[in-house]
Design a protein around this ligand. Structure first.
Ligand code: FES
Length: 94
């Protein structure tokens, strides 16, 4: 099971277990971590935006929805990036 380490907006760090194929948003919500998701996890807002600080190679490739929203560099949409291994993200949603 992948370990996802979330750095929350208040600086708190939580390391939790996810399942292969879950999105970062699903992993967070399953672990009672508040990750904003104003559009319901459909890739139309940026409230779930994260900066990947480790394990970017363990996330699914950036998809069309992220590309179309100009998500680049270390940024990923929490509702679109699927976990395939250990990773760490900082929640920066705007
Ligand atoms: S929840 Fe809206 S883009 Fe992810």
């Amino acid at each position: 099971m992948p370990t996802v380490t979330f750095t929350l907006p208040d600086g708190q760090v939580r390391a939790v277990q996810g399942r292969d194929g879950q999105t970062l948003l699903q992993v967070a919500l399953d672990s009672d971590i508040v990750m904003e998701h104003a559009c319901g996890g459909n890739g139309f807002c940026t409230t779930c935006l994260c900066d990947v600080t480790a394990g970017a190679e363990n996330l699914s490739p950036r998809n069309d929805r992220e590309e179309n929203m100009g998500i680049a560099g270390a940024q990923r949409l929490g509702c679109q990036a699927q976990v395939q291994g250990d990773c760490a993200v900082t929640m920066t949603g705007v």
